[in-house]
Every structure is written in C-alpha cells, then in structure tokens.
Design a protein around this ligand. Structure first.
Ligand code: NAP
Ligand code: HSE
Length: 432
C-alpha cells in the first residue's frame, strides 16, 4: 500500500490521542484512506514532558522545521491551541505544500478568511471537523450531508466544559465552582485558558463557524451576544430544577426574515427534552433543514479520544483526496459566499425566566406585575419563596410568555429602579 507521511504538531490531550489512533489502528485508517497513514514526526515544545502515547524512536522533535523542510510529509494535524504561534505555523505549513487538519476553532474564528484564502491560492486544503463539538461529525453533516437544505435553525450545546460544570452545579446544589473547573482541566475538556470556556467565548467561536457553514454568515464571533456560565448564580439552577428545567449554555442561530438571530447564553431547557438531557462533557446540535426537518446530533464534545476521532477522520479524508474536493467547491470564507447578516438582537423573542430579589412588603408583587404588563408582557407563572429567618428580602421568580428582548429589558429596568428591588434582575431564555 502507498504511504502518506503525516506529522502532528502539538502532542497534548488531542495530539496524543491522534497519535494513538495512527499507531494502533493502521489497518483501519489504511482501509478507509486507501493508503497507509504513516506518523513521521510529532512536534512539541518540551521534549522532556511525559506523553500519553508511545512513539517510535525518531518521531518526537521540538523543531517544527523538521516537518516544514521535509517534502515527503504532505499532511499535518496542527493541534497547537490559541492564535500565535498557531497561525504562523499554519501559514508556513501551507507555504511548504502541506494539507492541514486542525481542531483549533479559536484560530479559525479569528483568522479563517486569511488561512482559507492562502490555502486556496496554494492549492492546499484545511479540514476542521474537530473544531466544533469534538467527536460529533457536525461539520461534515452540515456542509455535505445537508447540502440540499436551507438550514433554518441551529441550537447547540457546544462547550463541554460548561456543560460538565453546569451538571455538577445541578446535582450538587451549587457545589464548588473552582473545583469543577479544575476537574474539567484535569479531564482534558477545558482550553489551556479555561476563561474562554466559561465566559462563552469558545461557544461563540464555534457558533460563528457553524453559522458560516449553515447560513453563509460571516460573523465576527465577538459580535455574537454572549453570556457565559461564569455569570450563572447557583440559586437559579436550583429554582430552574424545581420548575422542571435544566440550565444549559445554548448557542443559538435562528434564520428570520430580519436576518440571523445569534446568541450564546445560559437558558432554561425542559428536563426530558433532547437538549435538556445533554449531560457532562457531552455536546449536542439540533438542526432544522427545510427538506429534512429536525435532526439531533449528540456525543462527546470534548476530551481526548472523541476529538482525536474527528481529527483522524479528517486525516483519512485528506489522504484519500476527499477533503480537497469539498474544500475547493465550498469556497469557505471567500467573497463568493453571500450569506445572511446578523439580526438586531433587541427584536429576538421568546419566553423568559426573570429572578428578582425584592422586599417582602405589601404591593411589591403588584408593582412587579404592572411593570411587565406595561410592556405588553404576559406572565405565565410566579414563584415566591418564604424569606429566610430574620430577613425581609425574598426571591421572586417570574416566568413570562413570549416577549421581545427589548420589552423584557424595559420591564427589568423599571423593576430595578423600584426601591423594593434589592439587586439587578437576572434573566434567562426558557426553551420548551
Ligand atoms: P494541549 O493539551 O494544551 O496541547 C497543546 C500541545 O501543543 C502541547 O503538546 C504543546 O507542547 C504543543 N505546543 C504548544 N505550543 C507549541 C509550539 N510553539 N510548537 C510546538 N508545539 C507546541 O491542548 P489540546 O487540549 O490538545 O488542544 C489542542 C487544540 O485542540 C486546541 O486548539 C483546542 O482548542 C482544540 N480542541 C481541544 C479539545 C479537547 O477536548 N481538549 C476538543 C476540541 C478541540 P508541550 O506538550 O510540549 O507543552
Ligand atoms: N474546551 C472545549 C470544550 C473543547 O470544553 O468544549 C472542545 O472544543
């Protein structure tokens, strides 16, 4: 069988999983690629660090030029995270004639147009299945299997770290947030800097990539309104639980007449619904196409082997020549793709959970319901807890019927200005 010589740049959580697949399952990868995927080099920063894979002698190096200057290495898994030096390494690999597979969504969300233009100019390809939702093959499904559809909506749980932490908070009634973040790091789910996971940035970067594939939208991920789980108060997870909901970090893109509604935000999702039952580091994507209807994808969105599974499949497709065809025809991030613009967020509508901390005095509830009524917002239910001993402040949870973001914001501003309101209202979408 002919050989494709492959290199891996970055032998951390994902890279060492990819090395294990290439080294332990050559029969499997060879059968699907029609040629042997031969691991020639693996590049790291620190040669002395212990690795989660056993490499043959001569494979490990700390010099990326060993790959760039070897013309026999034609395919590279670029698995260094962050923007630099990952961007420079990618550009140098392309210039040196290599096809690339990457899992680095931060890099694609930030420098996708530059990297894809350069790859096209040089006749090379970039594959990135692992960049969104880890082991779930959502990139291939949207860009190839669903290509006969106009996608009309895409709702995802796209950050495994956030979902893992939210589940711990749900089960443990608050739990220890810092310990949960540390667990996610130890288990290999979190980014090198977990701030990007918990503040919603990672999910927004992935949503920007999916929105480009599904709707042709060219979004700057920073323009996607986003709230992370670092803003979620454990008390709201408990109230949601009592009402039959789970709090999940949703990445939402809905195609409307006025444009694409996009947002990353914690939301109440009905327990027992597909998205409400996504647990631990799992991810999910609910996609609706005009021909196919709703489809639900569910699987491990972070972690070593699920992510390595997606990277290795991209290596196989690239070696077999399949990636080059889709890369050429899709023209991603090129001016040829004319997509939809982002809609004005203030016009987004839906049901809301609003939690207030108010004085336990006569007339307060009436004032609150009037504030909602004045903005044309209909209240679905109100939950008031007894005050704790010695306190006269009570939590008041209001579930609304569908209303616009602008109307909810006005009602909340009116309530926040009341003397009886003791803290900023907390609001989240309710997704039944
Ligand atoms: P990681 O464990 O931190 O590994 C990064 C690797 O890159 C390390 O082996 C590091 O070398 C190497 N590296 C860093 N700078 C380098 C340089 N200048 N030259 C050569 N090697 C360098 O990260 P990871 O979790 O595997 O993630 C890799 C990428 O996959 C990231 O873009 C991440 O966002 C993405 N991703 C991760 C997951 C996941 O579940 N972990 C899932 C999907 C996508 P040393 O080991 O010597 O320090
Ligand atoms: N840090 C990411 C997550 C890895 O937790 O989902 C997968 O992209």
């Amino acid at each position: 069988m002919e050989k494709t010589k492959v290199a891996i740049i970055g032998l951390g959580t994902v890279g060492s999983g990819v090395a294990r697949i290439l080294l332990d399952h050559g029969d499997r990868t060879g059968r699907h690629a029609g040629r042997t995927l031969w691991l020639e080099k693996a590049v790291v920063r620190d040669l002395a660090k212990a690795r989660d894979c056993d490499l043959p002698a001569g494979v490990l190096t700390d010099n990326v030029d060993d790959v760039i200057n070897d013309p026999e290495i034609t395919l590279v898994a670029q698995l260094v995270g962050g923007l630099e030096p990952a961007r420079t390494i990618m550009l140098r690999l392309l210039e040196a004639g290599k096809d690339i597979v990457t899992a680095n969504k931060a890099l694609l969300a930030e420098h996708g147009p530059e990297l894809f233009d350069r790859a096209r100019e040089l006749g090379r390809s970039i594959a990135f299945e692992a960049a969104v939702a880890g082991g779930i093959p959502i990139i291939t499904n949207i860009s190839q299997c669903l290509s006969a559809n106009q996608i009309t909506s895409l709702h995802g749980i796209l950050n495994g770290t956030s979902n893992y932490i939210l589940c711990k908070m749900h089960e443990e009634g608050g739990g220890d947030y810092a310990a949960a973040v540390a667990d996610a790091q130890r288990l290999g789910y979190a980014e090198a800097d977990p701030t990007m996971d918990v503040d919603g940035s990672d999910a927004a970067q992935k949503l920007a990539i999916l929105a480009h594939l599904a709707f042709g939208a060219r979004l700057n991920w920073r323009d996607i309104p986003r709230v992370g789980i670092d803003k979620v108060d454990p008390v709201d997870i408990q109230y949601a639980k009592q009402m039959g909901y789970h709090v999940r970090l949703l990445a939402i893109a809905d195609l409307k007449d006025r444009g694409l509604d996009c947002e990353v935000t914690p939301a109440l999702v009905k327990a027992g619904s597909p998205l409400g039952e996504v647990n631990g580091p799992f991810n999910a994507v609910l996609v609706k196409g005009d021909a196919v209807g709703p489809l639900f994808f569910h699987g491990q969105g972070a972690g070593q082997m699920p992510t390595a599974s997606a990277v290795a499949a991209d290596l196989i497709d690239s070696a077999a020549g399949r990636t080059a065809i889709t890369f050429r025809t899709l023209e991603l991030w090129s001016d040829a793709v004319k997509g939809v613009d982002q809609a004005d967020f203030a016009d987004s509508t839906g049901r809301r959970y609003v939690r207030l901390m108010v004085d336990d005095h006569p007339g307060v509830l009436a004032g609150v319901t009037k504030a909602f009524g004045d903005e044309g917002i209909s209240i679905a239910s109100v939950l008031q807890k007894e005050p704790l001993a010695g306190e006269d402040v009570v939590p008041l949870v209001v579930m609304t019927h569908a209303a616009s973001e602008a109307a909810i914001d006005k009602a909340c501003a009116t309530i926040a200005a009341m003397k009886s309101c003791r803290s900023e209202p907390v609001k989240m979408w309710v997704r039944d």
